[in-house]
Design a binder for this molecule. Structure first.
Ligand code: PAF
Length: 281
């Protein structure tokens, strides 16, 4: 496994692989890897001849009051995990390498980014699409894997790929959960043990939404109210949003008469956690 820190070196290797006709599979990450990331890495290993994983905590996708500084980092540990998964290259550039002082070009998906996380994190998805397009240009993947926990991110990236005619196939991977259902996230490390208990409210709320829909509830407002009250019962929690949206357009639905995405963002202590589930009536 090779650790590469410069764009020029990464481009050289990916161009060579392209010429040889190798299929490049790519998993972009911000590091501090957990089983959720490793599931994506294993899928990519299966789908490509060459496997590249990037580790880059992208400053562009964090708001001024968000956790860019505190975001957990442990490159040594990440490298040893990736070595075991037979990764060919880890691309771990510095922020200076990715963004020169005169950097001034951004990519923005305008509509899909309006609600859910986009409504509360202005500029976040613009930062994500900009860095992902840069990474695609550098790594030149044939296929890239993204987790469905960040459902909106996955949809936004698929839209960017379609709109800009990029030659990369985007594959979504189901959310990987702890035994009790908590979605794996690097931000779970922010939780104290009491907060960890409360963090389960996200998954339980999604199951409650599913139960209500299966029992015939069609009114999204009533479901949102019940979920809000339910989450309120868990200490240290503060709901940022609870939404029931169309899984493709991500626009709120007025009535639940076809599959719907239930998406949540909840602060548990200082950790902002998200989760989602597609519910079939
Ligand atoms: O999902 C993430 O970890 C990040 O948003 C990504 C896709 C690596 C871009 O920085």
């Amino acid at each position: 496994m090779e650790l590469i820190k410069t764009i020029s070196q990464m481009k050289k290797i990916s161009s060579k692989w392209k010429k040889e006709g190798q299929k490049i599979a790519f998993v972009p990450t911000m590091g501090f890897l957990h089983e959720g990331h490793l599931a994506l890495v294993r899928k990519a290993r299966e789908l490509g001849d060459k496997l590249v994983v990037s580790i880059f905590v992208n400053p562009l996708q964090f708001g001024p009051k968000e956790d860019f500084r505190d975001y957990p980092r442990d490159l040594e540990r990440d490298l040893s995990l990736l070595e075991k998964e037979e990764t060919d290259v880890v691309f771990a550039p510095s922020a200076e390498e990715m963004y020169s002082p005169d950097f001034q070009t951004y990519v923005e998906v305008t509509k899909l980014t309006q609600n859910l996380c986009g409504a509360f994190r202005p500029g976040h998805f613009k930062g994500v699409t900009t860095v992902v397009l840069k990474l695609f240009n550098i790594v030149k993947p044939d296929i890239a894997i993204f987790g469905e926990k960040d459902y909106q991110q996955l949809q936004v990236i698929k839209q960017m790929v379609k709109d800009l005619n990029l030659d990369v196939e985007i594959v979504g991977h189901p959310t990987v959960r702890e035994k009790d259902g908590l979605a794996m996230s690097s931000r779970n490390t922010y939780l104290s043990s009491l907060e960890r208990n409360s963090a389960l409210c996200l998954y339980k709320a999604l199951l409650l939404a599913e139960k209500l829909v299966k029992e015939g509830e069609k009114n999204p407002q009533k479901i949102k109210k019940q979920l809000e009250n339910f989450i309120h019962g868990f200490p240290f929690t503060k709901v940022q949003y609870i939404e029931l949206v169309d899984p493709q357009t991500l626009e709120p639905v007025k009535i639940i008469d076809k599959p719907v995405l239930c998406a949540l963002a909840v602060y548990v202590g200082k950790a902002r956690l998200i989760d989602n589930k597609i519910i079939n009536p």
